[in-house]
Design a protein around this ligand. Structure first.
Ligand code: FAD
Length: 664
């Protein structure tokens, strides 16, 4: 039997980005014993990469801003698919969460009269992003790490042990969640803990905890061109599915319009929207500012129609309309795609993003220090002297674990989720800056939800030894020769499949077939290819030992990547309309009948698998099923925040009868 290190906590937080740390702080402040586990180094999470800022309607730069305006912008950005309760909580609570960070020690950039400064960003009516140059995420995470250390110091003063109530397990990857018996009358199938491994030693670790918060971030590594780094393999999404939770909105994947396309050393790396917020403009190979040609009907009247007006807007927002360079990301990404396709792209398949000709070099370096250094050092591109070549890069997943908006709890008792791995908040398209505020608002709520849940328990579900054995076997399975596995057969060359080859094939296929523009035939093709990959992923074989073995780590990630890719492809096939981060060439318009429907991904039950057999679910790679459900209609007072004429662009007539201005 494999030796397993064991720990027991009240709350296990998986992920140490902004959402995970904010959840951990909240649960610890409520007096619980909390473990934070992260796959990478502590302090290295996506949150650190966030450059533009954190959206909160503080009204510091324009006092017309309010939670209602932020709520409206968020719903419009998401094309009215957002979970409206989440969007409401987010808009109302974000300013307090930003202030709270300053009480932890953050220091945001200031206005001339000493208030937290706020910058423009796509889709936000007013300057709204609190920022620290272009290193906002770094400051956010650094501050929360500092808060965690402060809490550990309090614990040391009280107990003599820094880690008495809050411990960080860095470079430790969770591979499986463990649940209690499904016939527990009080909480069937409640979460009981998780199994993982130390990246360095390969030793297995078991965490027993009655509440688990998933905060594992995104799925970017399913795609070939992405701004995401190696950790974003959809682990939380897949862990939740396997534990019995549901995912929603998985067809909505955000392709950020401005990833670098050249030189190769920086391909996919993000150029923050802050570049356009601060005056940078998009141009095609004819030198034309083409975004004026791409303002869609639903946004007509809200964006400048001439370059002069757009340029005046930077200094006078009251009397001018914003530049269409700052349309929501999905619109800009599609516009770039069209320019390139129609032959007006840059030499390497992108378009130009020009800030060099728009302001003095010193000003660019002062406002966008990371952008300047990143491109100078990694690619020898001087953004103060020449335009960048940019194009869409897979950036963010709007879809995620279906949670209760107020508590963050999934349908599995005790299993919570927050941040990018949770779904609903951003609808079909996230506005820039709304993720950092999402992490703070819903990270705190999930920590609170978990603490309340634990406080209400009369007994903790036991981790069952048999489940631990199965989870351990699956984690170590890639070391077994495929021919030795139950029902196994060798890979093509008789030696099993190579995880790197499979990953590259998956990424290329997702980019080519399920990327920014989709068609039915391509997605059916993708499903066939995913089926083939599924068979091959079962045959993945790695050599060597458990000590720091990246091939093994990737072999385990592949299971998750495959499951989330299946969820994305199947959802994208079903949604026969184009909206936000889902564009169907064969169904180009919005369809009001799809607005009120949500696509839910869950595990297949017996009899629902591809072969129709009643065989129990495959524990290694259980199949997923996607099916539509009705969205909860928006509360009337929130609906009334929008003009009927605007809602008519999105809603069916029947739905609009709930609007107070409706004549019926
Ligand atoms: P992350 O910060 O992604 O953290 C996930 C954590 O989970 C990590 O600690 C990881 O190690 C851990 N983890 C994952 N799987 C496992 C596992 N199996 N076991 C253990 N641990 C695991 N948003 C904005 O609002 N404003 C911006 O300006 C902005 N700029 C961005 C720039 C870039 C380049 C990128 C990539 C994103 C940007 N975003 C921005 C988006 C935003 O940064 C992310 O959506 C957000 O930080 C996600 O936070 P999170 O807490 O959900 O997860």
């Amino acid at each position: 039997m494999t030796e397993i290190e064991r720990h027991e906590y009240d709350v296990l937080v998986i992920g140490a980005g902004g959402a995970g740390l904010r959840a951990a702080i909240e649960a610890r402040e409520r007096g619980l014993r909390v473990a934070v586990v992260c796959k990478s180094l502590f302090g290295k999470a996506h949150t650190v990469m966030a450059e533009g800022g954190c959206a909160a309607a503080m009204g510091n730069v324009n006092d017309n801003d309010s939670w209602q305006v932020h709520f409206r912008d968020t719903m419009r950005g998401g094309k009215f698919l957002n979970n409206w309760r989440m969007a409401e909580l987010h808009a109302k609570e974000a300013p307090d969460r930003v202030w709270e960070l300053e009480t932890y020690g953050a220091l945001f950039d200031r206005t001339s009269d000493g208030r937290i400064s706020q910058r423009h960003f796509g889709g936000h009516t007013y300057p709204r992003l609190a920022h620290v140059g272009d290193r906002t995420g770094l400051e956010l995470l650094r501050t929360m790490q500092q808060r965690i250390v402060a809490l550990q110091q309090d614990d040391h003063a009280e107990t003599g042990d820094y880690e008495a109530r809050l411990r960080v397990f860095a470079e430790c990857t969770v591979t499986e969640l463990l649940t209690g018996p499904s016939d527990d009358p009080a909480r069937p199938g409640a979460v009981a803990g998780a199994l993982g491994y130390w990246r360095e030693s390969g030793r297995l670790v078991l965490f027993s905890a009655p509440a688990v918060v998933l905060a594992t971030g995104g799925i970017g590594k399913s795609f070939q061109v992405t701004s995401n780094s190696w950790e974003y393999t959809g682990d939380g999404h897949a862990l939740a599915l396997r534990a019995g939770a549901e995912l929603i909105d998985m067809e909505f994947v955000q392709f950020h319009p401005t990833g670098m396309v050249w030189p190769p050393s920086v391909k996919g790396i993000l150029v923050t929207e802050g570049v356009r917020g601060d005056g940078g403009v998009l141009k095609n190979s004819d030198g034309k500012r083409f975004m004026f040609d791409y303002v869609p009907d639903v946004f007509k009247g809200q964006y400048a129609q001439s370059e002069d007006e757009a340029d005046r807007w930077y200094d006078d927002q009251e009397n001018n309309r914003r530049t269409p360079d700052l349309l929501p990301r999905d619109e800009v990404a599609r516009a770039i795609n069209t320019e390139v396709k129609e032959g007006r792209g840059s030499p390497h398949g992108g378009v130009y993003l020009d800030i060099a000709s728009r302001m003095p070099a010193d000003e660019i370096k002062r406002r966008l220090p990371s952008m300047y250094h990143q491109f100078k050092e990694l690619a020898d591109v001087d953004i103060t002297a020449e335009p960048m070549e940019v194009g869409p890069t897979c950036h963010y997943v709007m879809g995620g674990i279906h949670v209760d908006p107020d508590t963050g709890q999934s349908r599995v008792p005790g299993l919570f989720a927050a941040g990018e791995c949770a779904g609903g908040m951003h609808g079909s398209n996230r506005l820039g800056g709304n993720s950092l505020s999402d992490l703070l608002v819903f990270g705190r709520r999930a920590g609170l939800g978990a603490a309340d849940y634990v406080a209400g328990l009369d007994h903790r579900p036991d981790v069952r030894p048999a489940d631990v054995d199965v989870a351990a076997q699956m984690t170590l399975a890639p070391f077994d020769p495929p021919s030795a596995r139950p029902g196994g057969a060798d890979g093509a060359d008789g030696a099993g499949e190579n995880p790197y080859t499979l990953h590259a094939e998956l990424q290329r296929m997702m980019n080519d077939l399920v990327g920014i523009i989709r068609t039915e035939s391509e997605m059916r093709d993708a499903q066939v290819r995913l089926g083939e990959l599924r068979t091959r992923v079962r045959q993945v074989f790695v050599e060597g030992h458990r000590q720091y073995n990246p091939g093994w780590h990737l072999a385990l990630d592949l299971r998750n990547l495959l499951m989330v890719s299946e969820a994305v492809a199947s959802s994208a096939l079903l949604r026969t309309e184009s909206r936000g981060g889902h564009t169907r060439e064969d169904h180009p318009g919005l369809d009001a009948e799809w607005r009120h429907r949500v696509l839910v991904t869950r595990l297949a039950r017996a009899g629902e698998s591809d072969d129709g057999s009643d065989a129990p679910a495959d524990p290694v790679l259980p199949q997923v099923v996607v099916e539509p459900a009705e969205r909860v209609p928006m509360r009337e007072d929130l609906l009334a925040l929008f003009d009927l004429s605007e809602l008519e662009k999105y809603y069916t007539d029947a739905e609009l009868t709930a609007h107070p201005g409706h004549p019926a």
